[in-house]
Design a protein. Sequence first.
Length: 300
Amino acid sequence: MKNSLSLKKFYSAHRDLLSLVFPREESLKGVITCGVLQRPGLLLAGIREIFKKGALQFLGREEILYLSKLPEKSLDNTLEEFLSLAPPGVVLESSSLLPRIQGLFSSFSVPLFLCKAPGCFEKINQFLHWELSERITVHGELMGIYGLGVLISGRSGIGKSEIALELITRGHMFVADDMVEVLKLPGGKIVGRSPERSRGFMEIRGLGIINVNDIFGGALLPSSSIDLILELLPYDPGMERLFVEEESKNLLGVEIPTFKIPVAAGRNIANLVEVAVRLFLLKSSGKVPLEEFLKRLEEK
């Protein structure tokens, strides 16, 4: 199902960055469905094929300079063709052209916003990436460990939250507990974060709900890439001791490297998690201890 963002919610989140030129706020009824803020330079030059339906449009200083050089009639024709495509809204970086175009926008009922602060394009574009990305929710703990985003998964009751808590006490970063919102950003990057209502909180059996930032100031990350999945499994004596083949799990069409860690009484799982991450980093740099060990055995 395609995500959508109402113009009212968009404007509500950007009052400090934008002013609404037209119309009144209560008449903002449109929706944004494209997660990219489009700059319509070529579109204004007549290449209609590049128009992204449902995309908020951004008229930066270059586009405004181009439009300002057009004769009155050409300007009207160009904007009429542009607005006839029914973009959900348009953001202006400068007010220099505003007196010439405001009436035309009003006649097409296309909402017009004006930037009030620098860095407008980047901030809005990032916001749209997050709000409109493809997403799923998975169970687990998302941590930042040695610079990697690590998703710790496993069945309920296996001790994921307690392991995450111990990792935090060791100086690692906390992102999400129990429910992890996984998003696929433009370009295919997979990131995770906590749902807004539970952001910054953990549930620990016997202690209840704790605020991670209040107890471990500075240990909270708002989001993280997901680079590695560590799956906790109940220990089975029949399990192989050496896992030679690399495994992976599919998140939103992207394969994420996965290690399986058996959990048993007396095992320090937090230690194993740290070592698993270090092993992954070593493998990424080209060193695979298990392969080196097997090679030595063959040589003898």
